[in-house]
Write a protein that binds this ligand. Structure first.
Ligand code: SF4
Ligand code: MG
Length: 335
């Protein structure tokens, strides 16, 4: 497959009156055509800022300070706002957590969907309506003809999210960015929406970036997982790497906080103790050090590089250094 998107050394900061908040601090990753990439992290880890940077929707006091975002071979950071609008509406689409904020309550679903279709395609109103019905069918909304004349409040949360997905797909995007698309939904509906995204991805061969704080959400639909912490990537690998052979203490913590729904247990989740780093004063060393039970002296002094720990598997932890102290590695194995 071809590379669709290449994020290179992206730095995005917010310039507040108390100083520069380095929300995304040197992030690089690729998305291939037809690939689903999960970006996982707590709130404030930089995952949403990364996606808003890709859409070039960072507003002041925020600013993309450095890096490249190469989409279909072109650096979109160099495009004019007009050229960017074209990409945003036609090639990259985005869906958010709460569809109610993105749907207009005073217009019918049909109205809004037909408008969206007409913006992106040169079609008559009748053709747009026909396509709107098809889109609603595609996202699994029953009796779509009747549904077109209803208002957003007449839809359940899950159905509204399906409508938003239909809107996002009305331009046939190459890349869909889904930022916490299921967070506001209950568990059963969440599973249905993820299932739908997976089906659509296979059917339409688009790429998806799925942003979530919940590692459990990515297991089923992503091929690649990026774990972010404090504005940087701390681990990257395949779903199998991340779930069965994780190499970073933060990922271990996230895994302990994943509900084991398939086991039918309501196991108590283990949150990671402590606070995320203050990005106004990013620590000199590893940003996870204050919360890490394996922290060594070097962790406070120098930021670890992303170590290659397998084919396409990278981890930013001094434990992955070949000279990491043996007794710590024993402790890790025992845990
Ligand atoms: Fe913990 Fe050190 Fe690894 Fe950071 S580099 S995660 S502090 S062991
Ligand atoms: Mg967010």
């Amino acid at each position: 497959a071809e590379k669709l998107l290449e994020v290179k050394n992206l730095k995005t900061s917010f310039f507040t009156h108390v100083g520069e908040v380095k929300a995304v601090n040197d992030v690089s990753f690729d998305v291939y055509e037809g690939q689903t990439v999960g970006i996982v992290g707590e709130s404030g880890s930089g995952k949403s800022v990364t996606s808003m940077s890709i859409m070039r929707l960072i507003a002041p006091p925020g600013k993309i300070v450095d890096g490249q975002i190469i989409f279909e071979g072109k650096d979109i950071l160099k495009l004019s706002e007009k050229e960017m609008r074209d990409i945003r509406g036609n090639k990259i689409s985005m869906i958010f957590q709460d569809p109610m904020t993105s749907l207009n309550p005073v217009f019918t679903i049909g109205n809004q969907l037909i408008e969206a279709i007409k913006i992106h395609n040169k079609v008559s109103k009748a053709q747009a309506k026909k396509r709107a019905v098809e889109m609603l069918k595609l996202v699994g909304i029953p009796s779509p003809e009747r549904r077109l004349s209803q208002y957003p409040h007449e839809f359940s949360g899950g159905m509204r999210q399906r409508v938003m997905i239909a809107m996002a797909l009305s331009c046939n995007p190459k890349l869909l960015i889904a930022d916490e698309p299921t967070t506001a939904l209950d568990v059963t509906i969440q599973a249905q929406i993820l299932d739908l995204l997976k089906k659509l991805q296979q059917q339409l061969k688009m790429s998806i970036i799925l942003i979530t704080h919940d590692l459990g959400v990515v297991a089923d639909i992503c091929q690649k997982v990026i774990v972010m912490y404090g504005g940087i990537i701390v681990e990257e690998g395949t779903v199998d790497d991340i779930f069965y052979n994780p190499k970073h203490p933060y990922t271990w913590g996230l895994l302990r906080s994943v509900p084991k729904m398939h086991l039918g247990l309501k196991k108590r989740l283990v949150p990671i103790e402590g606070q995320p780093p203050d990005l106004l004063k990013p620590p000199k060393g590893c940003p996870f050090a204050p919360r890490c039970e394996y922290a060594m002296r070097v962790c406070l002094e120098a930021r670890p590089p992303l170590f290659e720990v397998g084919d396409g598997h990278r981890s930013r932890c001094w434990l992955n250094h070949q000279y990491a102290p043996q007794e710590l590695l024993e402790k890790v194995k025992a845990a």
